[in-house]
Design a protein around this ligand. Structure first.
Ligand SMILES: [Zn+2]
Ligand SMILES: [Zn+2]
Length: 101
């Protein structure tokens, strides 16, 4: 899953990281359980439906996406950089994708 980039903006004195989704409707990152489970495994027994937006947008809900970074502890940031996103069982975390990936 590489259809995500990170927007890197400076707002006053704060760097704001916002994940941006480029995946089409029905992509894995946009699905939710039709029965309302917090579980998005495709094989957990319920039908998954498109929720109309990307789950990864949760990354910024009430916080900074930097808190959910799962890669190396020190990375350089640039606007529009590709990221990979994975579900860790409790939430999404992201890491910087290789430029060639
Ligand atoms: Zn997405
Ligand atoms: Zn379910």
């Amino acid at each position: 899953m590489t259809g995500h980039t990170m927007s890197v903006q400076l707002e006053r004195d704060m760097v704001v990281l916002t994940p941006v989704c480029h995946e089409p409707e029905g992509a894995l990152c946009r699905l939710r359980c039709d029965s309302g489970c917090p579980d998005y495994d495709s094989d957990h027994g319920h039908e998954l439906v498109d929720r109309g937006y990307c789950n990864v947008e949760w990354l910024t809900d009430g916080g900074n996406a930097a808190e959910f970074h799962a890669g190396e502890t020190e990375i350089s940031l640039y606007d529009g950089m590709p990221i990979t996103v994975q579900w860790n069982g409790e939430g999404y975390e992201w890491s910087k994708a290789d430029r060639d990936a």
